[in-house]
Design a protein around this ligand. Structure first.
Ligand code: 13P
Length: 251
């Protein structure tokens, strides 16, 4: 069966000491128990990866929030998948809406990132999702289909089974608005059908599809109850260990 995953995207938050403290709190709270079959992942800033790895020591997954399109070279300011893997991370978030929006990351670039992440044995958490305008115009399925088709172009089935999808409606990110359970299920089922048409039913049923967008302890249960929702990519609420663990315990 596919994995249930609750991943915390810390975004550009916490100093190093605050981040290490948060990792410690997450680890300690997780040790009190989480539902069977649920995996936790945290995605701190690049500067915290190696330190957080030492604290988590393998019990909780570690993710970066982005990676470069190349392994090394004259790309000032970039951090490669190879470097991320060498710091002990197992995952990398690719194509977050904030990267698409503020850093103009293109589908072609994101496709390269997915491929280089896989080549470095990192599990891509590939994000997709429509903005408010696209939702209101009723073109949200086409938008998400395009993002996924272009982002995973050229991936064999063996490659794709390693990918996690995160559906994050942009209008629900950091806004306090959440997709209704029905809206989330509709899109997750749509994405699973799309994977089925691109690969096959088995691959589709094995793919973890996470929901992201103002997921909190108060609404996680009703979102996670949907049959095609396999967990969450949590922003703001993941900066508080208690809230993050409460979300994981909503399963
Ligand atoms: P919020 O949970 O803060 O809305 O952020 C969601 C998100 O972007 C996770 O990647």
């Amino acid at each position: 069966m596919r994995r249930k995953i609750v991943a915390g995207n810390w975004k550009m938050n916490t100093s190093l000491s605050e981040g290490l403290k948060l990792a410690e709190e997450v680890k300690n709270d997780a040790e009190k128990g989480i539902p069977e079959g649920v995996s936790l992942v945290v995605a701190p800033p690049f500067t915290h990866l190696a330190g957080v790895k030492e604290i988590l020591a393998g019990s909780i997954g570690l993710s970066a929030q982005n990676c470069a399109t190349d392994d090394s070279g004259a790309f000032t300011g970039e951090v490669s998948a190879k470097m991320i893997a060498s710091a002990g991370a197992e995952y990398v978030i690719i194509g977050h809406s904030e990267r698409r929006m503020f850093f103009r990351e293109s589908d072609t670039e994101l496709n390269k990132k997915v491929k280089i992440a896989l080549a470095n044995d990192l599990t891509p958490i590939f994000c997709c999702g429509e903005n408010l305008h696209e939702r209101e115009k009723g073109i949200y399925k086409e938008i998400v289909r395009n993002q996924i088709e272009l982002g995973i172009t050229g991936l064999t089935e063996d490659d794709f089974v390693k990918v996690i999808i995160a559906y994050e409606p942009v209008w629900a990110i950091g806004t306090g608005k959440t997709a209704t359970p029905g809206q989330a299920q509709e899109m997750h089922a749509f994405i699973r059908d799309l994977i089925k048409s691109l690969y096959n039913a088995e691959t589709a049923s094995m793919t973890s599809i996470l929901y992201g967008g103002s997921c909190k302890p108060s609404n996680a249960r009703e979102i996670f109850e949907n049959s095609d929702v396999d967990g969450g990519l949590i922003g703001g609420a993941s900066l508080n260990a208690g809230d993050f663990l409460a979300i994981a315990r909503s399963f």
